[in-house]
Design a protein around this ligand. Structure first.
Ligand SMILES: *Cc1c(COP(=O)(O)O)cnc(C)c1O
Length: 397
C-alpha cells in the first residue's frame, strides 16, 4: 500500500488540489459505485430458456432464489419486485397501527413505507459510533400509540438486534429491519435475515447483490411467507378473490436469475469490501478529524457504503468543501443521509420526533460516503486517499 504522504511527484505541483488548479487525481471521472454482475455468457442459456418457456414472473427462477435466500438466512424468504414494496407489505401484513419508531438517519424509503400504510413514523436518534438506531432512544420513545420498531442496518452495519428485540418484547411491539444494506452481514456471527419479525433486503443496482431491481423479505414462519407471496400478487391467492389489498410486487424470472448469481458471489464481495474499508482507514489514518463507522468485533458489516465523519475543526475543511474539492479531482461522493428523513421536503414538520435527534443532525451534516464497489481495486482506493490527503494538507496550511 502506498503511503500517500511519500508519493512521488508525477507532474508539476502534485500537492496542489485540482480545485485550486492542480491536475485532477483521476483523469476520467471515477464512479461512486458500480454493480458487480455475472458475465453474460454465464446466464445466456437461462435467459433463453426463460424466454422460450413464456413463464416470465413468479416461476422456477424466483423459487430458486427464495430457496437460496432461505438457506442463507436460515428461515423463510420471499422475493419481490423491490425492497420498498417488501417494506410496505411487511408493515401491512404485520398489522401495524399508529406510530412506528424509526431512525431518521436513513434512506427515505424506510419511512415512506410506513406512510404508505397510513402509519406515523416516530423518528428517534442514532448511536454516535455505529450510526444505527439507538436502543436507548427507542426505549425512551415507546408510548401506548407505538406498535413496532423499524430498525435500519445502516451501510450494512447490523443494528443492535438483541437490545431492540428485548425492548420490543417488553412492550409487545413488532420488530422489523430495513436491511436494504445488510445482505451478507453477520450479527453476533449469524447471517442477518434471521432476526426480528421481518428483515427486508434490497436488490437494487447500488446494493451488493442486485437483480437489476428486486427485494427479499426474511420472515419467522412459512405461513407469513405465504401471505407475503399472495400480497405481492395483488392479494390474489389464485382464485381471483383477494384476501388482502396487495400490490403488484412480483419479481421477474430474469431479475431472479441475475440476483441468484449475485448471491453466489456475496460472501466474497463482503470480504472484498471489508478489505477496501480497511485500506481506506489505514491510508487516511494520518489525518486528524476523521471518524469511521464502528462495527462490533463479533459482527460483520457489508460496507454497502464506506462513510466517514468529518470533524471540520480537526480536519480543517467542512464536509461540503471536501466534497467539492473531491469532485474537482473527478471523485464523486455522496452525503448519505443529508437531509435526514424527518427533514426531507415531503416530511418537514409533519411527523413526530422523539428528543432532539442531536446525533442524527451532527452525523448528517458531517458525513461523506466515499466511492466503493465490490470489484474496486486497492489502487483506486489509494488514489482517492491521495486526493483526500492533498486536499486536507492544502486546507490545513
Ligand atoms: C435502497 C434502499 C431502499 C429501497 O430499496 P429498493 O429496492 O430500491 O426499493 C430502502 N431502504 C434503504 C435503507 C435503502 O438503501
Amino acid at each position: 500500500m502506498s503511503r500517500v504522504n511519500n508519493h512521488k511527484p508525477q507532474s508539476a505541483g502534485p500537492d496542489k488540489p485540482a480545485i485550486v488548479g492542480g491536475t485532477p487525481v483521476f483523469a476520467e471521472p471515477l464512479e461512486f459505485n458500480r454493480p458487480t454482475l455475472p458475465a453474460y455468457e454465464s446466464l445466456s442459456g437461462d435467459i433463453r430458456s426463460i424466454l422460450e418457456s413464456g413463464q416470465l414472473t413468479n416461476g422456477p427462477y424466483v423459487s430458486r432464489l427464495e430457496r437460496q435466500a432461505e438457506f442463507y438466512f436460515g428461515r423463510p424468504a420471499v422475493a419481490l419486485a423491490n425492497c420498498t414494496s417488501g417494506l410496505i407489505l411487511a408493515a401491512k401484513l404485520l398489522g401495524l397501527t399508529g406510530q412506528v419508531i424509526v431512525p431518521s438517519f436513513t434512506f427515505f424509503a424506510t419511512s415512506h413505507a410506513l406512510i404508505w400504510n397510513g402509519l406515523e413514523p416516530l423518528f428517534v436518534d442514532i448511536d454516535r459510533d455505529t450510526w444505527n438506531i439507538d436502543p436507548i432512544a427507542v426505549a425512551e420513545a415507546v408510548n401506548p400509540g407505538v406498535s413496532a420498531v423499524m430498525a435500519v442496518d445502516i451501510f450494512g452495519n447490523p443494528s443492535n438486534k438483541d437490545a431492540l428485540r428485548e425492548i420490543a418484547d417488553r412492550h409487545g411491539l413488532k420488530l422489523l429491519t430495513d436491511a436494504a444494506h445488510s445482505l451478507g452481514a453477520l450479527y453476533r456471527g449469524r447471517a442477518v435475515g434471521g432476526f426480528g419479525d421481518a428483515e427486508i433486503f434490497s436488490l437494487s443496482p447500488t446494493k451488493l447483490v442486485t437483480g437489476c431491481e428486486g427485494g427479499l423479505v426474511a420472515v419467522d414462519d412459512e405461513a407469513f411467507a405465504e401471505e407475503l407471496r399472495i400480497a405481492r400478487d395483488y392479494g390474489n391467492p389464485g382464485d381471483y378473490n383477494c384476501r388482502t389489498v396487495g400490490l403488484n410486487a412480483r419479481m421477474t424470472e430474469i431479475n431472479a436469475l441475475i440476483a441468484a448469481a449475485g448471491m453466489d458471489m456475496l460472501d466474497d464481495n463482503v470480504e472484498a469490501r471489508n478489505r477496501l474499508a480497511h485500506a481506506y482507514r489505514q491510508n487516511l489514518s494520518g489525518l486528524p478529524g476523521l471518524t469511521w463507522q464502528k462495527v462490533a468485533p463479533e459482527d460483520k458489516c457489508t460496507y454497502k457504503d464506506i462513510s466517514v465523519l468529518i470533524d471540520p475543526g480537526e480536519f480543517g475543511i467542512e464536509r461540503d468543501a471536501l466534497r467539492d474539492a473531491l469532485a474537482a479531482e473527478n471523485i464523486p461522493t455522496r452525503a448519505y443521509y443529508d437531509p435526514p428523513a424527518h427533514e426531507q421536503a415531503a416530511y418537514k414538520g409533519k411527523f413526530s420526533i422523539s428528543g432532539e435527534l442531536a446525533v442524527t443532525k451532527e452525523v448528517s451534516a458531517n458525513i461523506l460516503s466515499l466511492p466503493v464497489w465490490s470489484h474496486m481495486t486497492e489502487a483506486e482506493v489509494d488514489k482517492v486517499c491521495a486526493a483526500i490527503t492533498r486536499i486536507a494538507k492544502a486546507g490545513l496550511t
